[in-house]
Design a protein around this ligand. Sequence first.
Ligand SMILES: Cc1cc2nc3c(=O)[nH]c(=O)nc-3n(C[C@H](O)[C@H](O)[C@H](O)COP(=O)(O)O)c2cc1C
Length: 235
Amino acid sequence: MEHRSIISACGCCGNDQESSPKAKKLIVAITGATGSILGIRFLEALQELGIEAHVVLSNWGERTIKIETDYTINEVRSLGSTYYQCGNQAAPVSSGSFPADGMVIIPCSMNTLAGLAHGLADNLIVRSADVMLKEQRKLVVVPRETPLNTIHLRNMLTLSEMGVSIVPPMPAFYNHPESLDDFIRHIVARTLDQFGIENDLTVRWGATRRLHSNSTARRVTTGSSTADAKLAIRE
Ligand SMILES: Cc1cc2nc3c(=O)[nH]c(=O)nc-3n(C[C@H](O)[C@H](O)[C@H](O)COP(=O)(O)O)c2cc1C
């Protein structure tokens, strides 16, 4: 089953989707996998871009935010235009009549992934995602676990076959990341790309390739100077 595209023309990735509308209203869920900062930064990016975010945090999502970050739960909740309790199955986003353009679960625990792959809807996150599936809207999952067992892989395949975008938070090295922040921005950018949301959070391959095609840049990238490497990228 193919999902209907809600995505705008993407100047950043060059996909030819000019006739599709732009994503303006997204449901964003943070679950209890490590990497809650990915969801937080994704929400901050949406806020900066003026895109409406409807936020749901699982109980374990809240626990990981407390364990892994300096953000308070209220700060994260207020990054969206609206926040819903995960146990509130009567929230607007629980219904297909809610006009969300799509949804992302970032990060997505194996527990939530399994619930989704098997049609369970026992909290608002899985219910909202299930609604995206039945309404054939854009659903992006950023699954986080390692190593992956066969059940995890099967669940991802099941969802992929239904048109869900599976975007594991894997680092890239072609853009020469030098910090955890670089890695986080890369994952947030790739996730925004899934919705056709233009962003300049990272250097794209077209720019980094120049690093390898001029001798000055080749020299600086083998050294330790970030500033030099960044200058070389812009040459
Ligand atoms: C600090 C911390 C890190 C965790 N990291 C992961 C993870 O990377 N992937 C995962 O699937 N579960 C992880 N878990 C376990 C989940 O939180 C647990 O399975 C929970 O039931 C998920 O519930 P949820 O899907 O409703 O958020 C982690 C738990 C804690 C406390």
